[in-house]
Ligand binder design. Structure first.
Ligand code: PLP
Length: 768
């Protein structure tokens, strides 16, 4: 689908007339945004409809999170009308860039939700029939600001500018039933455009509503009654995304959300499937279901229930489920593996609970070791075990992570079902993470190797031979990206960063295992080293952070406060601010990431080995041409395999070493024996920073006291990190440094989500 400039202008104008009774001159930015978006929707209807009607086997990707970011620019890019849109608006004195004010659709927390979004785009681009199914949260991930260095959270009103990229499909509404509540699930469909290929897949997000007016009356009559209010307020189910990343919160509302999503999706899919006159026992020939982590795993007992309601026996229904479901594990952290209290679940969803019990009985009947193989134990339901037992394939998200699943976390299950376990290393879409956010760099690449790499990222290898000749342009473009980021940060954070500094970046969710603390302590080490004259000619560096902390995660919030205090100390000290700046940007999200990734020189990926399942931020930076400063964790391992370990900067304990270290680890000893580490750590308690709330003191305690002090080996890895980091920073600006950046860019091919979804299609979904 190519829209020429004239057609484009005319369609936009028609929508302005019809929907807003205004024209190009009188339209406000919001009206113009909606009109441009709707004009594109009108033009793409035929392709969208064709996708829905093709009889091919489809995969339904069930995910509690889709971190889509901003749609307008990415959609225009994929449809090949970014240029037409720019010109059309410019011709009438308007500017497409005004839409930078449009809120991100942040219906996800971090990596897991962003992965789902990248996969939808890549599948459409690869022509793979993949549709997303999720929840249309009224409020997405909270908006973050800092007040006096502390994180504050505000509601994220992502619909402020409207939602022109969704279409409400009332005709497909279904009823979802809980023991105490019946609600209507109404789908909103969002087209997912493939890149320049006329393929349009679908993202269906469900919204919960009261079934009818009668409910409202009943609700009104009982408004004094708190429980009645809970029961009848259907919209509450989709009110807000839980802001927890990599942690499980045992809240019933969360279980309601999960069941709401999968029950609505499965009813919808089965209804359409039956309408085609096909037999339910052959469901796997038309559909498969990918469970993105344990959040949607309750789909398994729900499908068992629905199939039996249609007259199937349990064993037959089980066989269908075993052929259609697949499960992706995203974390090995115990606090993130979902477990539900059996009583609570059976109270809310008695019939679904019965199906889980039936699965447990079936498992027991196989005569296996009960200590190793269980779904329900001590009245706790283990959702990952249920998923593994019933699924056709189980995958980890990077080689090292899948190996840990096989040898440690799910060792027993792997021994029972070795063929179930496969690896699919995560990926990112090069459209958003290069063509869109770094167009000048993309044009530079095009000028040497053509455009094939846009949809076949392995072709970047062909750029290697041009490195010497494109190096000056690479430097210039990176420099311009840095200028733009500097201006943005000055405006939004009020911090000045000299663009000629090295940009050392750590952006990702705030989590102790990701070790923003290690980065913070290294900055204090450099700071005092410079002040005391021990570190000479420090290479000028801007340390850039971005991260949201879960509102209930105390230590994560304390680390934000700590880094904000460090930032104040460093930036205001004339003895060091000539060579060091620190900034923690507020409200890190997809749109901020797009600006940061293309401007970074060094990508900090410093999790304790074994903890980061894959990471995808690391891949975005690699594609943007940065050197990774990291541990041998997650996809960092494969980044080194692809780009050469010598072209990145690796430090720290390995997975194999971690367990041994932990046996005898005493962080206090490390701190006592290392004056400079001690100096940095003691700033948490020695009055260097104000700490009225005792937050920093608690951080200090977590490093030295308690059951498992310094759980993530910050003090252990400190020296090896400092050595690696100082060496890398000192090499910044040399041709050798930029060559490493470019070698990483040329080697990023493996980390295209196009490759990931093709792996899924071939190894797991058996489609195309
Ligand atoms: C890519 C991305 C992430 C994931 O980053 P990791 O470093 O892999 O944890 C999180 N948040 C946003 C906004 C992203 O774009």
């Amino acid at each position: 689908m190519v829209i020429d400039d004239k057609t484009f202008s005319e369609s936009v104008e028609r929508v302005l007339h019809a929907d807003f009774a205004c024209d190009f001159e009188s339209a406000g930015p919001r009206e113009l945004y909606n009109a441009v978006s709707k004009a594109v929707m009108v033009q793409s209807f035929d392709a969208w409809n064709a996708g829905r009607k093709s009889g091919k086997k489809r995969c339904a990707y069930f995910s509690a999170e889709f971190l889509m970011g901003r749609s307008i620019f990415a959609n225009l890019l994929n449809l090949g009308c970014l240029g037409a849109a720019k010109r059309a608006l410019a011709a009438v004195g308007r500017d497409l860039n005004d839409f930078e004010e449009v809120e991100d659709a942040a219906l996800g927390n971090g990596g897991l939700g962003r992965l789902a979004a990248c996969y939808l785009e890549s599948a459409a681009t690869m022509g793979i029939p993949l549709d997303g199914y999720g929840i249309r949260y009224r409020y997405g991930l909270f908006r973050q600001t800092f007040v006096d260095g502390y994180q504050h959270e505000e509601g994220d009103d992502w619909l402020k500018w409207g939602d022109p990229w969704s279409v409400r499909a009332d005709r497909d509404a279904v009823i979802v039933e809980f023991a105490d509540q019946k609600v209507k699930a109404v789908p909103y469909d969002m087209p997912i455009f493939g890149y320049h290929n006329d393929v349009v897949n679908n993202l269906r997000l469900w919204s919960s509503e009261p079934i009818n007016e009668f409910d409202f009356n009943a609700f009104n009559e009982m408004k004094g009654d708190r429980t009645a209010l809970e029961n009848f307020n259907a919209t509450k189910i989709c009110d807000v995304l839980y802001p927890n990343d990599n942690t499980m919160v045992g809240k019933i509302l969360r279980l309601r959300q999960q069941y709401f999503l999968v029950s609505a999706s499965l009813q919808d899919i089965l209804r359409k499937y039956k309408a085609q006159g096909k037999k339910l026992k052959d469901l796997d020939k038309s559909y498969c279901f990918q469970l993105n982590d344990t959040h949607p795993v309750i789909a398994i007992p729900e499908l068992l229930r629905l199939l039996q309601k249609e007259g199937m026996g349990f064993e037959e229904a089980f066989a269908v489920c075993a052929k259609t479901f697949n499960f992706t594990n995203h974390t090995i952290m115990a606090e993130a593996l979902e477990k539900w209290d059996a009583l609570a679940l059976s109270d809310l969803l008695p019939d679904v609970y019965d199906q889980i019990v039936a699965c447990q009985h079936r498992l027991e009947s196989e005569g296996l070791d009960k200590e190793k193989y269980f779904i329900i134990r001590d009245n706790v339901i283990h959702m990952a075990n249920l998923a593994i037992y019933v699924s056709s394939k189980v995958n980890g998200v990077a080689e090292i992570h899948t190996n840990i699943l096989k040898t440690d976390v799910f060792k027993d299950w792997y021994e029972l079902y070795p063929k179930k376990f496969v690896n699919v290393t995560n990926g990112i879409t090069p459209r958003r993470w290069m063509l869109l956010n770094n167009p000048e760099m993309a044009a530079l690449i095009d000028s040497r190797i053509g455009e094939g790499w846009h949809t076949d990222l392995m072709q970047l290898r062909g750029l290697k031979q041009y490195i010497p000749e494109i190096l000056p342009d690479f430097k210039r473009i990176k420099g311009e990206n840095k200028q733009k980021l500097v201006a943005y940060i000055a405006e939004h954070e009020g911090v000045d960063i000299p663009p000629e500094f090295a940009f050392d970046v750590q952006v990702k969710r705030l989590h102790e295992y990701k070790r923003q603390m290690l980065n913070a302590l290294s900055i204090l080490y450099f700071y005092y080293g410079i002040k005391e004259g021990k570190i000479k000619d420090f290479p000028p560096t801007a340390f850039i952070f971005g991260a949201k902390a879960a509102p209930g995660y105390y230590n994560a919030k304390a680390i934000i406060k700590f880094i904000n205090e460090i930032s104040k100390l460093v930036n205001s000290d004339p003895e060091v601010n000539g060579v060091m700046r620190v900034v923690f940007v507020q409200n890190y999200n997809v749109s901020y990431a797009e600006k940061i990734v293309c401007a970074a020189d060094i990508s900090e990926q410093i999790s304790m080995a074994g903890m980061e399942a894959s990471g995808t931020g690391n891949m975005k930076f690699m594609l943007g041409g940065t050197v990774t400063l990291g541990t041998l964790d997650g996809a960092n391992v494969e980044i080194c395999e692809e780009a050469g370990r010598e072209n990145n900067c690796i430090f720290g304990a390995t997975v194999e070493e971690v367990a041994g270290i932990k046996q005898f680890y005493c962080p206090r000893e490390f701190i006592e024996q290392d004056e400079e580490l001690k100096r940095a750590v003691n700033t948490l308690i020695d009055g260097t920073f104000p700490d009225e709330e005792g937050m920093l003191k608690k951080l200090y305690d977590s490093l030295v006291d308690g059951h498992e002090p310094d759980r993530y080996l910050v003090c252990f890895d400190f020296r090896s990190y400092i050595r690696a980091k100082e060496g890398l920073l000192r090499s910044y600006g040399t041709d050798e440094f930029y060559e490493k950046c470019l070698l990483n860019m040329c080697a990023a091919g493996k980390f295209s989500a196009d490759r990931s979804v093709s792996d899924y299609a071939r190894l797991i979904w058996k489609i195309k």
